[in-house]
Design a protein around this ligand. Sequence first.
Ligand SMILES: C=C(CC[C@@H](C)[C@H]1CC[C@H]2C3=CC[C@H]4[C@H](C)[C@@H](O)CC[C@]4(C)[C@H]3CC[C@]12C)C(C)C
Ligand SMILES: C[S@@+](CC[C@H](N)C(=O)[O-])C[C@H]1O[C@@H](n2cnc3c(N)ncnc32)[C@H](O)[C@@H]1O
Length: 358
Amino acid sequence: MDAISLLFTASVVAVGIYWFICVLGSAEQKGKSALHLSGGSISADKVGDKYNQYWSFFCRPKEIETVEKVPAFVDTFYNLVTDIYEWGWGQSFHFSPSLPGRSHHDATRAHEEFAVDLLGVSRGSCVLDAGCGVGGPMRAIAAHSGARVVGITINEYQVNRARLHNKKAGLDKQCEVVCGNFLQMPFDDSSFNGAYSIEATCHAPKLEEVYSEIYRVLKPGALYVSYEWVTTELYRAENPEHVEIVQGIERGDALPGLRSYDQIAETARKVGFEVVKEKDLAKPPAGPWWARLKMGRIAYWRNHIVVTFLSWLGIAPKGVVDVHEMLFKTADYLTRGGETGIFTPMHMILCRKPVDAN
Ligand SMILES: C=C(CC[C@@H](C)[C@H]1CC[C@H]2C3=CC[C@H]4[C@H](C)[C@@H](O)CC[C@]4(C)[C@H]3CC[C@]12C)C(C)C
Ligand SMILES: C[S@@+](CC[C@H](N)C(=O)[O-])C[C@H]1O[C@@H](n2cnc3c(N)ncnc32)[C@H](O)[C@@H]1O
């Protein structure tokens, strides 16, 4: 091979590797690149150790005794997964019913806008996003409703990512992000015109604690909507396959035990809410929310190669390969949860703080 052919072949290979690593796989246009996968606020040399600590803690989710440690481990979880989520899924960390003939992006937006439409808020209102991630829903909801949105997340790395995205989207005046625990929020009583949480309160060891905090900060008469992760009426605790699926979901998603669908409204009423509406948004005629997960399987293999290669080169922290493998397995459990119908990530509850609440 002469020098020119060698140079040509090397350039083609280099462009191919660049395309495979940097272009393919980023879920949102100009989204996170694989070259920037990190352990969030965890230093690169500690990612492996932190992953092992996380895994030992969530190994038997139903038996977690030190529930007060859950928020700290959820924080660790989001340090480990946030970049991978952004890279492989986008800026909205939740599922949505698939919409025939429409993109994932459209389906995601529709699911988010549906939530805020239920709240009936408009320009001039101030809405709380309890467990806001990197703010995908927050930006969509602010743009759609005109309301001001204040998001809270336990993870500082997400706060920085969300603020950066808000600024880039020109929504930093309308969207505020606070680092804190939604079980003890740094907000005054009766200060919000509405609140929502999208697939976030499932991380609370006791749903009652987060619901009563949200109740406290809402103005009397204001509405709260939540999309909850729950087991459905088809779940049977005596069926080993069901138990395996649920445990797989809990471990790979930092959940201190999945709740049953019938506990949600009961808890909302217990803290003082009036339940306005309750519905599993995954039920037909909704398109399967797990279709996107299933379709992505080939991409996950490619991502696995990319992560392993970058980690071998020392560009991605070593533990990222383990985290990616955990997510890979989780995707399978979630899909099985959806296909068997024993699990839903979108059990919607709409509640009101009574007008005469003091
Ligand atoms: C609400 C929660 C998170 C829900 C989803 C956003 C995430 C659940 C599982 C995640 C993923 C699984 C497989 C990953 C894949 C192996 C990787 O290559 C690219 C990213 C994934 C697709 C990743 C993306 C986010 C999820 C779908 C929980 C935690 C309460
Ligand atoms: C799956 S993500 C969903 C994020 C966002 N709602 C979305 O749909 O993109 C769950 C979010 O809940 C937050 N969270 C979990 N436990 C929390 C707690 N105790 N206090 C505050 N935020 C918490 C996580 O930090 C994360 O941002």
